[in-house]
Design a protein. Structure first.
Length: 287
């Protein structure tokens, strides 16, 4: 706070805007991979440039021994931190590749269950016509923010559909807890997988938060759920939610789930190509 504010002048022209800091992560997992590989390439390029300059400007480096020592130290640090780290990370990713892909498919299933479930409750889920791509048509529907928001407001204003949404959100929260509790510890061993898990934890946290808000506003019949609702931090932090607030938040969560669905599936198919699995099918069992 500024001194003017501390002196009781909240209307002062000098204000300090605090930046809300979140988790330190890249924009996407693909961006994380590109970033780490770019750093490794820059380190290699710097090493090559240093070797070339040693031949072309050897006299310069001999006259400036302190600068030469600093430059060589920086090159060693860059090489160790970037290239060697990327090699070690690559080996770890390869070692756990099939397990990581399996876990990613489970994360995709969890995310897809959430956003398809929201579409279904909202009455916007397309017909499962095998002649058309069901997932693509559903993704188009989930990205139509005004239409989806309007449908969710209608759901929340109706008692029966509201209760159905409440039950679905509770189920999604429990399922996400189960998936993450089972696999998060394994995936945290590799930075790439840890970044991905972090994004799915954000999704699970959002779903759990909305579930706690609904449980508190509309206490469930199950005594265990009521006790859990009373102990949730959402009771203290969240304001009294209206239909519009809940609809907006659920739409954001559903769209986040769809984005994670597609991004995680893309990375999973890169780890172990589909062609490798096709070659494995029909092979004899090892003796």
């Amino acid at each position: 706070m500024t001194h003017a504010n501390e002196a009781g002048n909240p209307g002062g022209s000098t204000r300090i805007k605090r930046q809300i800091s979140g988790p330190r992560r890249t924009r996407s997992v693909d961006a994380y991979l590109r970033q780490t590989r770019l750093i490794a390439l820059v380190a290699l390029a710097a090493l090559i440039a240093g070797v070339v300059s040693d031949f072309t400007s050897g006299e310069f480096w001999r006259r400036h021994s302190l600068l030469a020592g600093l430059a060589s130290s920086i090159l060693v640090v860059m090489l160790s931190a970037a290239v060697i780290n990327e090699i070690l990370e690559f080996r770890r990713r390869q070692r756990w590749s099939t397990l990581a892909q399996y876990v990613m498919f489970e994360l995709v299933r969890n995310a897809r269950m959430i956003w398809l479930g929201v579409l279904e409750v909202a009455g916007l889920l397309p017909d499962a016509d095998p002649a058309q791509n069901f997932i693509e048509r559903s993704a188009t529907a989930i990205r139509d923010t005004p239409r989806l928001t309007e449908a969710m407001c209608i759901v929340l204003d109706n008692t029966d559909s509201h209760e159905r949404l409440h039950r679905e959100i509770s189920f999604y929260a429990e399922h996400a807890d189960e998936v993450l509790g089972r696999w998060a510890g394994v995936m945290l061993n590799v930075e790439l997988y840890a970044e991905m898990i972090d994004r799915h934890v954000e999704l699970a946290g959002d779903v759990s938060w909305i579930g706690a808000v609904l449980d508190n506003a509309y206490p469930p019949d199950d005594p265990r759920q009521r006790r859990r609702a009373r102990s949730s931090p959402a009771v203290q932090i969240s304001v009294e939610p209206g239909s519009q607030w809940l609809a907006d938040r659920i739409v954001v969560i559903a769209q986040l789930a769809e984005t994670l669905d597609q991004g995680t599936l893309d990375i999973a198919l890169q780890i172990v190509p589909v062609e490798w699995w096709k070659e494995r099918l029909g092979t004899a069992t090892p003796s």
